[in-house]
Design a protein around this ligand. Structure first.
Ligand code: GDP
Length: 184
């Protein structure tokens, strides 16, 4: 016969989520905005790989999202496999005001799929949507790529906070839903 105390019944979830995309698309600032509600106009304060753990509540369950940011190490391929290991979610970020960062998305998706599970929940994030005059990548283009690749899609601004929480929550919720279906 099994005995469960209320405490034992409380499940604890820890989801590793990685931020990827070209340099300066706003990965560190998306994380800073989400985890600390901060923004750095001239960032590159952090060198190395860092992560932040952010508590979230989904369906009354406490979930810890451990979000990893390369913090400028995109070019140091030695960190690659450790960076992706165990990831269950990914935000693949481009800058809507710099088309080359959108052109790189395929390469980032390849790398993600080479180093992690194919089922990693992925959202394509078009950041800097506050830069309306400088837009080089249309919303429809982002959406179409996401659809073609089977990804979620969102446009964000770490500067004015648009959709930042929403982007992280979309990934966490979907991971939670997949997990709940597996457990049942
Ligand atoms: P990372 O290299 O991808 O981590 O990019 P950072 O977060 O360091 O951001 C690169 C630059 O873009 C910094 O100067 C940021 O202040 C700026 N930046 C980041 N997000 C936004 C945004 O949503 N809007 C605008 N206008 N600038 C942003």
């Amino acid at each position: 016969m099994a005995f469960y105390s209320e405490e034992e019944k409380t499940e604890d979830y820890l989801f590793k989520i990685v931020l990827i995309g070209d340099s300066a698309v706003g990965k560190s600032n998306l994380l800073a905005r989400f985890a600390r509600d901060e923004f750095y106009p001239n960032s590159k304060s952090t060198i190395g790989v860092e992560f932040q753990t952010q508590k979230m509540e989904i369906n009354g369950k406490e979930i810890k999202a451990q979000i990893w940011d390369t913090a400028g190490q995109e070019r140091f391929r030695a960190v690659t496999s450790a960076y992706y290991r165990g990831a269950v979610g990914a935000l693949v970020v481009y800058d809507i005001s710099r088309r080359p960062t959108f052109d790189s998305i395929g390469r980032w998706l390849n790398e993600l799929h080479t180093h992690s599970d194919m089922n990693v929940v992925t959202i394509l994030v078009g950041n800097k949507c506050d830069l309306k005059d400088g837009r080089e990548v249309g919303t429809a283009e982002g959406k179409a790529l996401a659809e073609a690749q089977g990804l979620f899609f969102i446009e964000t601004s770490a500067l004015d906070s648009s959709n930042v929480t929403n982007a992280f929550q979309t990934v966490v919720k979907e991971i939670y839903n997949i997990l709940s279906r597996k457990v049942m």
